[in-house]
Design a binder for this molecule. Sequence first.
Ligand code: TYC
Length: 100
Amino acid sequence: MSTELKEKPKIQPKVERPKLHKVILLNDDYTPRHFVVRVLQAVFRIGEETASRIMYVAHTRGACVVSVYPRDIAESKATEATDLAKGAGHPLQFTTEPEE
Ligand code: TYC
């Protein structure tokens, strides 16, 4: 009988990390810029300078990624921000999509 030590095959459990989802701010022609900045600050807990930069990118390019989160958090933040704007009579929209 061989006493040779055989290396055990390493079993790697295949656990896929759930994809993060992007929250995307969409531009529109009506929502005042300062309101967009305020919503970003309130819902995404970011400073005025960062919020202004994100708002300006969406304003000039049509859309801007605000942040990434696990799917349920991304969706609830997008809904919260869109509803906040709707409640104030603005058409501001946020969407989500999975990261590549
Ligand atoms: N385009 C808007 C305006 O000129 C401002 C705005 C910026 C609206 C970014 C939405 O995601 C947005 N008043």
